[in-house]
Design a protein around this ligand. Structure first.
Ligand code: DWN
Ligand code: SAH
Length: 405
């Protein structure tokens, strides 16, 4: 039995994905023999309702000087973060000398909009290569993990913050109580916390099981986020669904009583109740749906193989590591994966060792089918790849169900 990372209640996994490599551990052949694996099991806490992993990978094995994910690889996400910054500036900052802190600021995709508006800000990013990319673009970034210890020092050096921001990072931090203590130390009394992460409701409804991988320690919903922050004297003041990463939720939190609670909060809590987010049978159903999805995807790829059709993966996402390893899909079924990130190209996918090739290879010779691992960017990608369709190419997607488009 494991203990809930939030409330220490005993929890048991509702689903095991088996042995998994590091999701962003793209590697050269000489490292195959030493490739680390861990057990990917997902559980849900009957007490505080937090969905979470039970076995955790050491943070230094995931976030380091060769972190493979650069935020600015999606034009759609660049636009999303421009709007995020606009909202923070217009609705959440005081007029006088505001100070904004973002954790997991990566290559500066969000903070550049504060820099260009001459607003005082600081990025906190432990992965040295992406932090350097931000620094090279003139974005103030300190390279370290945010937690209670670093927060006190940052507050002493830079002053207290009016807004504490995070996108796709809070769910990455299993030592979340330390982060909340840090927020308490760093945030002004009237300050606001705004963060967004993939939403558990969408994961369950769309069977997007590929959101489950080592970096994602938590799968948040309003119910669990509210419980967690209440333990630290904060209150969930607003929630805003976001049409990114396959369905995300933006949470606004403030110290209890300092901000009006929007009607959207009780409305979402009610919706989550109806969706069964707090009930074990919901997770049983999810597991059945995941297993069915695996069976269908493998069947489809084997049919393509028999018909001698070529299949390439599109976008070597972190999520693809779960799909490939859980379904047992190797280079015999997917010849290569095309990706625009230089650090991934020429390497192999974690665990199943499918070659990662530059995007030009895809453009120069289209495969018969492209398996869309970046399904969360489908609008952006399909728009960009109209010529692939015109040339007779077809997309394979697996969220919300396995389909050929
Ligand atoms: O939570 C996380 C999210 C924000 O980003 C991190 N833990 C890691 C990462 O997850 P991911 O790798 O699943 O992210 P994306 O944004 O779904 O995929 C990015 C990958 O897709 C990059 O390697 C670039 C590639 N890509 C591409 O090759 N062509 C992306 C687009 C839009 C494209 O057109
Ligand atoms: N915010 C960006 C990046 C998300 S990827 C976006 O939405 O695109 C998650 C990022 O969080 C990585 O860059 C990783 O290095 C960073 N991270 C992980 N643990 C962290 C911590 N304790 N404090 C700050 N950043 C952290």
């Amino acid at each position: 039995m494991s203990k809930c990372l939030i409330c220490k209640t005993e929890i048991a996994p509702f689903m095991s994905f088996g042995k998994m490599p590091i999701a962003n551990g793209f590697l050269p052949p000489e490292q195959f023999k030493d490739e680390p694996f861990f057990k990917l099991d997902a559980a849900f806490c009957d007490n505080c309702k937090m969905a979470q992993l039970t076995e955790l990978v050491d943070r230094d094995k995931m976030f380091h000087e060769n972190y493979a994910f650069y935020s600015s690889t999606s034009a759609g996400m660049a636009e999303h973060f421009k709007e995020f910054a606009k909202l923070v500036k217009s609705s959440y900052l005081p007029k006088k000398k505001p100070f904004v802190v973002e954790i997991g600021s990566n290559d500066g995709i969000l903070l550049r909009h504060f820099a260009s508006a001459a607003i005082n800000y600081l990025g906190i990013e432990p992965s040295a290569n992406v932090a350097k990319a931000a620094g090279d673009n003139g974005i103030n970034t300190v390279c370290e993990f945010f937690e209670e210890k670093s927060a006190a020092r940052i507050a002493a050096e830079h002053g207290k913050a009016d807004a504490f921001l995070g996108a796709n990072v809070m769910c990455h931090i299993p030592y979340i109580h330390s982060v909340l203590n840090g927020i308490d130390a760093l945030l002004k009394p009237e300050g606001v916390v705004i963060f967004e992460d993939p939403y558990l409701g969408d994961i369950l409804e769309k069977t997007s099981y590929d959101q489950i991988y080592d970096e994602h320690a938590f799968y948040f919903a309003a119910r669990s986020v509210s419980y967690l922050f209440e333990r630290h004297g904060f209150e969930l003041a607003d929630v805003m669904p976001q049409d990114v990463h396959g369905g995300s939720m933006r949470y606004v939190l403030a110290r209890k009583g300092t901000r009006k609670v929007s009607d959207a909060v009780p409305a979402l809590l009610k919706k989550e109740e109806a969706l069964g987010i707090g009930r074990p049978d919901t997770y049983e159903r999810f597991r059945t749906n995941v297993e069915a999805s695996r069976t269908e995807l493998v069947k489809l790829l084997k049919e393509m193989q028999q018909a001698k059709k070529s299949v390439a993966g599109y976008a070597a996402t972190s999520k693809s590591t779960t799909v490939l390893n859980y379904c047992g899909i190797g280079p015999d079924l997917v010849e290569y994966i095309s990706d625009t990130t230089p650090i991934k190209q020429g390497k192999y996918s974690p665990g199943m060792h499918i070659p990662i090739r530059p995007y030009d290879d895809f453009k120069e010779k289209y495969p018969d089918y492209a398996l869309l691992f970046g399904w969360n960017h489908a609008r952006e990608i399909m728009e960009k790849e109209r010529d692939f369709r015109r040339a007779g190419g077809k997309w394979i997607v697996y969220v919300p169900r396995v389909q050929v488009l």
